[in-house]
Design a binder for this molecule. Structure first.
Ligand SMILES: [Mg+2]
Length: 189
């Protein structure tokens, strides 16, 4: 579909939009409940900017913790809802938020109903294709933003552009504009 200049930005969740939760042993894990949701720096502002420019934002996240029994699908929805709330309700609907609750093939001790993965589990591109289909976007107009090499692989497999989350959300310094430097240079001449 022709969306004119509108683009679709699909985001990974953990380590991209929100912080991973610190564990007492020094490790980290994904947020499992709304009170654990903490947006990473720059996220709220950038999402608001994209929406002001009339772009569409969406989320695609693996949630293998469901298969492992660390969390439930209900919890995953409550976390996604909290992310949307903290971002000012910019993610249009459940249509734009996808997660895959399965674990990798062949892993033991997972809940049997989630033990077998599908094309939706990253780095397979199913979730991205699903969102693109639901929101009617072609690959040329889609970006996937993530923090892991597997996110890059997912974007490549889906045929969409990839952006590294750290750089994507970094604010542009106010004096970094070329035009502004150009103006300065002219004034100095
Ligand atoms: Mg991540």
């Amino acid at each position: 579909m022709n969306h004119k200049n509108r683009k679709l930005f699909i985001f990974d969740l953990d380590g991209t939009l929100i912080e991973r939760v610190q564990e007492p042993d020094g490790g980290t894990r994904p947020a499992n409940t709304p009170d654990e949701v903490k947006l990473l720096p720059g996220v709220k502002k950038k999402i608001a900017e994209l929406r002001e420019q009339r772009h569409i934002v969406a989320i695609a996240t693996n949630q293998g913790g469901v298969a492992w029994g660390f969390t439930t699908e209900e919890n995953v929805w409550s976390v996604l809802n909290e992310v949307d709330k903290q971002c000012g309700r910019q993610f249009c609907s459940r249509k734009a938020c996808f997660y895959d609750p399965s674990a990798r093939h062949g892993l033991l001790d997972t809940r049997p109903e989630y033990a077998s993965h599908t094309i939706f589990r990253k780095p397979w591109p199913g979730m991205l294709f699903q969102i693109m289909m639901e929101l009617d976007f072609d690959q040329d107009d889609v970006f996937y933003i993530g923090d892991q090499p597997s996110d890059l692989e997912t974007a490549n497999r889906a045929g969409v552009k990839f952006r590294n989350a750290e750089f994507f959300f970094k604010p542009t310094p106010p004096d970094a504009g070329i035009g502004r430097r150009g103006e300065q240079a002219e004034q100095e001449e």
